[in-house]
Design a protein around this ligand. Structure first.
Ligand code: FES
Ligand SMILES: [Fe+2]
Length: 410
């Protein structure tokens, strides 16, 4: 699965983490590799092995100056490609620096995110074109948080439309980024959605059907694009949102959360709410990307709110309602003990598709779904449809990202 992730550009840092030339370097762990990111005097981004090739000092202590990151121990200096360009403790005529290069990966900016590609250079795909990353920056907002469990069980929560009517029911009514839409009424009136999951070019369309008036169905269609991009169906005129889950290592992941509107800027009120941890975003332990409500403080469990139904689980906010339960399963949930039912069909099919892609990649070098830019130009949708129309036909247009076209939403 690690090699599969190395087929894609993945989010590595928020652009705001490297705000200016020669700013402090940032440690980042991805796919079990400890890396250092920095921005040099000319504005170029670099992502390379965290540790100096000389005797292993962390370059987080480094001096970011004159187009390179200099190790503070003996002054070796590296450029953004990881090439050692200066070895000031060696004889002046020594050319040894040329022979020293740290492992490095490309780092490029798009949509407020610094993306990296950690696979074989010969297979490097084009830069991602998810719609949230392509709209003007005034239309989108991105946050990230650490999550203390394997990426897959977190992602499985992202494609599990059935939990919304339970776990998040309190917040559907009160959260400024969710409340006040008809969608919420459909969600609450029919707690037993019927799932229809269909393969898409890049992953899955996960359709959840609920009964609506006049014999119609209310469909919520989630997009999953491999390996771990999800897009939750919109609600009314609110911004649309979704996630990426990126492995830090086997037992930790980054949860990336985007919010955007395809055809309008976000309002000041929306951005303020997102920064305040509303919607799918969180409040942080100051100076970190760790959620303020976390495992060490029992996620600030509020039993009174739970009893009174203000929140269903006693935890506040969509993000930590999800993360608390996903982390509660343990770092890697034991799937031999699960009891899967019909509403888990999206999860079942996603696992099958991932396994198939891993095998095809390993056995015959097949490029996995989701690498192709066409696979990334998708939208989720929430629509009312006549009972006899399959959502894949009736909502076909709505499931494609089209610049300037408003999302299909109820
Ligand atoms: S350990 Fe970095 S220069 Fe010696
Ligand atoms: Fe959720």
């Amino acid at each position: 699965m690690g090699r599969l992730f190395r087929s894609y550009w993945i989010p590595a840092l928020l652009t705001e983490e490297l705000p200016e030339n020669d700013c402090p370097p940032v440690r980042v762990k991805l796919l079990s590799e400890r890396l250092i990111a920095f921005r040099d005097s000319d504005g170029r981004y670099g992502l390379m092995d965290e540790f100096c090739a000389h005797r292993g000092v962390s370059l987080w202590f480094g001096r970011n100056e004159e187009c390179g990151l200099r190790c503070p121990y003996h002054g070796w200096k590296y450029d953004v490609t990881g090439q050692c360009v200066d070895m000031p403790n060696e004889p002046e005529h020594s050319a040894f620096a040329k022979k020293v290069k740290l492992k490095s990966y490309p780092l490029v900016e798009r949509g407020g995110v610094l993306w990296t590609y950690m696979g074989p250079p010969a297979n490097q795909p084009p830069i991602p074109e998810y719609e949230f990353a392509n709209v003007p920056s005034s239309h989108s907002f991105m946050s990230k948080r650490t999550q203390e469990c394997n990426w897959l069980q977190a992602m499985e929560g992202g494609i599990d439309s059935s939990h919304v009517s339970f776990l998040h029911r309190g917040d559907l009514k009160t959260d400024p980024l969710f409340k006040g839409t008809r969608a919420n009424q459909y969600n609450m009136k029919d707690l037993r959605p019927v799932f229809e999951v269909v393969e898409s070019p890049g992953g899955l369309y996960i359709g959840a059907r609920r009964n609506a008036e006049n014999g119609q169905y209310y469909w919520r269609i989630t997009q999953w694009v491999m390996p771990s991009f999800t897009m939750i169906p919109p609600r009314g005129g609110h911004p649309v949102h979704g996630h990426f889950w990126i492995p830090i290592d086997d037992e930790n992941c980054w949860t990336w959360s985007y919010d955007y509107h395809p055809t309008r800027p976000l309002t000041d009120g929306e951005v303020a709410a997102m920064r305040d941890g509303k919607g799918i975003h969180v409040k942080y332990v100051p100076g970190t990307y760790r959620p303020l409500a976390n495992k060490d403080n029992d996620y600030l469990m509020d039993r009174v709110a739970q009893r009174e139904g203000r929140t269903y689980s006693g935890i506040e906010g969509f993000a930590m309602q999800d993360a608390s339960l996903q982390e509660s399963m343990g770092p890697i949930v034991d799937r031999t003990k699960e009891t899967l039912v019909s509403t888990d069909s999206g999860i079942i099919m996603a696992r099958q598709r991932l396994l198939r892609a891993v095998k095809a990649l390993e056995q015959s070098g097949v490029v996995p779904p989701g690498v192709d830019l066409e696979h990334q130009r998708v939208r989720s949708a929430s629509v009312l449809l006549p009972a006899d129309q399959p959502f894949t036909d009736a909502a076909r247009e709505a499931l494609i990202a089209q610049p300037g076209v408003a999302p299909a939403t109820v």
